[in-house]
Design a protein. Structure first.
Length: 477
């Protein structure tokens, strides 16, 4: 591997200009030439940024570089031996770097990043570095994306392949950051990666096997338009080769028509390996997730026996329509037991997810929703609530008034209540549930499916889900 002083023509008169030399070195860094005094910026120092720093500091091409952490947060605990540019102006000096590694939480099309690219700075991501690292290993990457369901489908495919004794890893949003898995990935048969629009937006290689779930508007507070969001998701297959595969439902078939790879359209019509009633996960959307994972696994040579065992044992993922508590309710002079069943769907961060959740139950429902708005439309949620067994909606959070205005078309038998916070919502839901049990002589579902992001009051959807579980647990019998 060459050092810069081993490249004779760098020292010829045409390269005396420092700016031209810098540009040349940046271009040739892609060809694994080690650059003396290389400067690398890690943009965003969350889970992915920390993984990127750890990986690059061990990489022979980058380990001797100067590393700088760039993050909008002013108070940040950083490891020793790294520089920092923190606060609101953290992207001010991007052209001072040879390589920038963007974390998914930082929008790929920020003006500062576009300007850095124009100046010859290489901007990459953990996903791109991962694909470079495994390029010649023979491992096959299964990438899963969609607006919702991608974590469930990724986990199902992983569980099925594991049951079939395949050498498989789970990475991305649902598992470890991909760069944490490189050493194991190169020795594996498959790596299953859950991929968001932010990871796909500037990806340089598509997975060998793509799984595209249904796409509906999301993250509109970041993406400039739904068109841009769809374009980012489409990179799951845009760079595939003819020998690759892309799986999709019929709803997404138009999107993949121009794919160079083999397109497999998945449907539940005629599917008979298992039925909805046998599953431990709730709702038609989860049944379709299981069907998708089954078809992918069958094509990879897994037997129906192994698939069935893996799918029927799958209990779902945390914060995705999971039962949090069954609270027993006794009615005076009426025999039998009734329950308030509290379900935690904190990962339901958009209206479509909440819509799927409310349509998954046959018992009377009290829906708790609200949070940080993502510039989304809640009209579809109103229609789903009207078509479901919902009897009351409790709204809290920053966008409660916006959701409330969208629910103005609800039938009169569905009441809407606004409260200050999640704890108040759960407390009031318990009171309403008691009255509904008395009225209908049926157990009642309290469904926490926010249809919104969590950042108005919580760190993330997991923090919000934990708070819901805590409040529910502390309710007295």
């Amino acid at each position: 591997m060459l050092e810069p002083d081993e490249i004779p023509f760098l020292h010829s008169p045409m390269f005396v200009d420092v700016e031209y030399t810098s540009i040349f070195l940046r271009v040739w860094s892609k060809k694994s030439i080690i650059i003396a005094n290389m400067r690398i910026g890690i943009i965003g120092f969350g889970r992915e940024g920390q993984s990127a720093l750890k990986y690059l500091k061990k990489h022979p091409e980058y380990r001797d570089a100067e590393f700088v952490i760039l993050d909008s947060r002013e108070e940040l605990e950083l490891p020793s031996g790294v520089g920092k540019e923190l606060g609101s102006s953290y992207l001010k000096n991007l052209t001072d770097f040879d390589l920038l590694v963007r974390s998914p939480g930082v929008y790929a099309e920020k003006t500062e990043l576009r300007n850095a690219r124009k100046k010859g700075v290489r901007v990459t991501t953990g996903s791109n570095l991962f694909f470079e690292a495994i390029r010649d290993s023979g491992v096959r990457v299964i990438g899963v994306t969609g607006t919702k369901g991608k974590g469930t489908v990724s986990t199902l495919i992983y569980n099925i392949l594991k049951r079939a004794k395949k050498k498989v890893l789970l990475a991305g949003n649902i598992g470890k950051p991909v760069l944490d898995t490189v050493n194991l990935a190169v020795k594996s048969e498959f790596v299953v990666i859950e991929m968001s629009s932010f990871q796909l937006q500037d990806i340089e290689r598509s997975p060998d096997i793509g799984v595209l779930l249904n796409i509906t508007p999301d993250h509109m507070e970041v993406h400039k338009s739904f068109k841009e969001y769809v374009k980012a998701k489409s990179n799951l297959f845009n760079l595939q080769k003819s020998e690759d595969k892309i799986y999709c439902f019929l709803d997404s078939h138009k999107l993949v028509k121009k794919a160079k790879s083999e397109v497999v359209v998945v449907s539940s019509d005629g599917f008979d390996l298992f039925n909805r009633e046998e599953l431990k996960v709730i709702g038609r959307h989860n049944y379709l997730n299981c069907v998708m994972a089954t078809i992918v696994a069958r094509d990879l040579g897994v037997s129906d026996g192994d698939i069935r065992k893996a799918v029927l044992s799958f209990k779902g993922l945390a914060y995705r329509t999971q039962l949090s508590r069954r609270l027993k309710v006794r009615l005076p002079s009426i025999p039998g037991n009734f329950f308030i069943n509290f379900y935690n769907d904190s990962a339901g961060t958009n209206p479509e997810t909440a819509s799927a959740a409310v349509l998954s139950f046959n018992s009377p429902i009290i829906l708790i929703a609200g949070g940080k708005d993502k510039n989304l439309n809640y009209t579809g949620l109103a229609k789903a609530i009207s078509a479901s067994e919902t009897r009351a909606v409790i709204l809290y959070g920053e966008n409660k008034e916006k959701i409330n205005s969208s629910l103005s078309t609800l039938p009169k038998n569905i009441s809407v209540h606004l409260v200050d916070d999640l704890e108040s919502a759960v407390t009031y839901a318990r009171i309403l549930a008691q009255s509904l049990i008395t009225k209908y002589l049926q157990s009642v579902v309290v469904l926490f499916s926010p249809a919104s992001a969590s950042f108005d009051m919580f760190l993330d959807y997991a923090d919000r889900g934990n708070k819901f579980d805590e409040v529910v647990k502390n309710l007295k019998d």
